[in-house]
Design a protein around this ligand. Structure first.
Ligand SMILES: [Fe+2]
Length: 343
């Protein structure tokens, strides 16, 4: 048997009302809250203030979807140069908010964000001069960012607002599947991934019809968490590699960008490795031949087209995009990458 390793040091508190444990975690330390612009109007900031009282010393709510290096630069300098920022970071929001807080939590030697970007660009090992502990409270069921050690930061000219509400749930499905058709998969990541994928497939259509159901939202939250635990150890693969191009150049929200290709990637994954087939088969009740069509019907049923042309991508451009994605860092995690390269 091959050797493998699984490591995830995040202390998880799950369930309705879990926010109430905050004071026992912050223990009187001063807290900066990182959240989304609508949080005040939604009563989120007041709710946190009621729980933390005077310990909440600062609120950063000018975060944006898919945080950009230019936007993060000023926020980072403000945070690290102001002694009033406190000792603990609390992120309440979706993946972009949690990723923003992750970027803030590590200080470079000179306190400049440019130094951090340089280190990331050079893929150099980074020993932060200072670190703020982070408590992440996800308000979407999808990204799993609360249990992964990385953040996605964008370097580009423009960002845009998104309107689809269930797309983060599809991100969770993508994380689960991508951790299975992955060269880094192991039995523990597989167990989390199968449970997560089955739960998303069962829950999301029902949630689409009844978005207020606390029971369904709880199930989706747990599925997203488990998908996070799966890919926190494997990283993602081909569908995410394609997604970056679709988000950057075609404006697709992450949850759609990383899930509309899942049937296509599944087709490429099947038959590559009997062990991987066996794990995928646990999701699709043993019917692997029908699995791509089932996935297509699931996505189309949620209103997500699985065809590139719907998003303005020609067949030629699609083929180029897939070839480039297979060559990308995440694409190389895909079990079919090697056979595709030699085909
Ligand atoms: Fe993702």
């Amino acid at each position: 048997m091959e050797r493998w390793r699984y490591h995830n040091p995040v202390d998880i508190r799950f369930g309705a009302g879990a926010l109430g444990v905050l004071p026992s975690l912050t223990r009187g330390r001063r807290v900066t809250l990182v959240t989304f612009p609508e949080a005040k109007a939604l009563g989120v900031i007041d709710r946190v203030r009621t729980i933390l009282k005077a310990d909440l010393v600062r609120v950063i709510d000018h975060t944006t979807p898919n945080p950009d290096v230019v936007e993060l630069d000023m926020m980072y300098c403000d945070f690290w140069h102001d002694a009033a920022s406190g000792e603990v970071l609390l992120a309440v929001g979706g993946g972009s908010v949690i990723d923003t807080a992750k970027a803030l939590m590590v200080a470079t030697a000179d306190g400049s964000f440019a130094a951090l970007v340089d280190l990331l660009a050079a893929a150099k090992p980074f020993s932060p001069a200072r670190v703020r502990p982070l408590i992440a409270v996800p308000t979407t069921a999808g990204t799993g960012s609360e249990v992964t050690p990385w953040a996605t930061i964008w370097d580009r000219g423009a960002s845009r607002k998104y309107s689809l509400h269930l797309d983060s749930g599809l991100d969770a499905l993508s994380h689960a599947l991508e951790s299975i058709w992955n060269v880094n998969a192991n039995p523990v990541s597989d167990t989390h991934a199968v449970a997560a994928a089955r739960e998303v497939l069962a829950t999301l259509p029902a949630l689409m019809r009844d978005r207020s159901s606390l029971a369904l939202r709880t199930r989706m939250s747990q599925a997203a968490l488990q998908a996070g635990l799966a890919f926190s150890n494997t990283k993602t693969a081909l569908a995410h590699s394609i997604s970056y191009d679709m988000t950057l150049h075609h404006g697709l929200p992450h949850g759609i960008a990383c899930s509309f290709t899942l049937p296509l990637v599944l087709e490429r994954a099947l038959g590559v490795d009997p062990g991987r087939d066996a794990v995928l088969s646990r999701i699709f009740d043993g019917d692997l031949a029908g699995a791509p069509a089932r996935l297509t019907n699931f996505l189309e049923g949620l209103g997500v087209s699985t065809r590139f042309e719907t998003y303005g991508v020609s067949d030629t451009r699609r083929d180029q995009m897939i070839a480039a994605a297979l060559d990308g860092v995440r694409g190389k995690n895909f079990i079919g990458a090697r056979s595709a390269a030699t085909a």
